[in-house]
Design a protein around this ligand. Structure first.
Ligand code: NAP
Length: 248
């Protein structure tokens, strides 16, 4: 018996890293999982394979979450395959550091489009079914930087702060039928940190009270909690597996 038996879930950006970890974690808990990806089909298929090898059920679906038509098709495809979506995890995100003075408008727009507009678009198409059934869970992956901000990441911090506010506003709007929460991880060892320097990593470790960068496995249990019965009395909250980086 898993905590997500008979549930179906859509995880955006699940071809690698945190999204993959959540997809596999949900699969282990018994959910049928739709693994969304943008460009990394191989990675998405590996996520599906891992879930299926463990006896679960999963399917990979390509879509750019910042595109209205693609997100509509994504949601329609998953509903057709699974009969509905019980849990949505808006995880897809990009991070391209730049000072504000040097930031071109395209970089700003790309970050906001994927990290904030993407969550709006996918949720926009998923929410009707949840409201019809008077139940559903939405988990938005924010970041501790949406709370504390960071240099060279004004666009990312704005998008993630927006995700936290979006979570609270939507949680009020769709309660008590649908529960909407956010997870704001701290620095987590994934491909997203590929472009950071050794100096950045050392400074980061010194800044985080638990003195280290976290792992994907340290984020997944929070998502499992919010998706299952353990999350029954949570809505509008932002939970932070972040080593104490942003105490709020
Ligand atoms: P990652 O390793 O870079 O993976 C990003 C995922 O997002 C990939 O699966 C990628 O798909 C997908 N993606 C990117 N653009 C997309 C688009 N337009 N449409 C659909 N999917 C798209 O990142 P991560 O570290 O796992 O981060 C996952 C989430 O956690 C992000 O929202 C990030 O902001 C947040 N977060 C991360 C950290 C951290 O330190 N790592 C900390 C706090 C919050 P493809 O591979 O198919 O392109």
């Amino acid at each position: 018996m898993g905590s997500l038996d008979d549930k179906s879930a859509l995880i955006t950006g699940a071809s690698r890293s945190i999204g993959r970890g959540i997809a596999e974690g949900f699969g282990r808990e018994g959910a049928a999982v739709a693994v969304n990806y943008h460009s990394n089909e191989e990675g998405a298929e590996e996520t599906v394979e891992t879930i299926e090898d463990a006896g679960g059920s999963a399917t990979a679906v390509q879509a750019d979450v910042s595109d209205e038509n693609e997100t509509k098709e994504l949601v329609e495809t998953v509903i057709e395959e699974f009969g509905g979506i019980d849990v949505l995890v808006n995880n897809a995100g990009v991070l391209e550091p730049s000072t504000l003075a040097e930031m071109d408008v395209e970089t700003w727009d790309r970050t906001i489009s994927v990290d904030l507009r993407g969550a709006f678009l996918v949720t926009r198409f998923v929410i009707a079914g949840m409201l019809d059934r008077s139940e559903g869970r939405i988990i938005n992956i924010a970041s501790q930087l949406g709370i504390k901000g960071a240099e060279e990441l004004t666009h990312y911090s704005a998008a993630k702060g927006g995700i936290i506010a979006f979570t609270r506003a939507l949680a009020r709007e769709v309660a008590p039928d649908v529960q909407v929460n956010a997870i704001a991880p701290g620095p987590i060892e994934t491909d997203l940190l590929d472009d950071t320097t050794e100096e950045w990593r050392e400074n980061k470790k010194a800044e985080v009270p638990l003195s280290r960068i976290g792992t994907v496995d340290e984020v997944v249990p929070t998502a499992v909690l919010l998706a299952g019965h353990g999350g029954d009395y949570y809505t509008g909250q932002t939970l932070s597996p972040d080593g104490g980086d942003a105490m709020h």
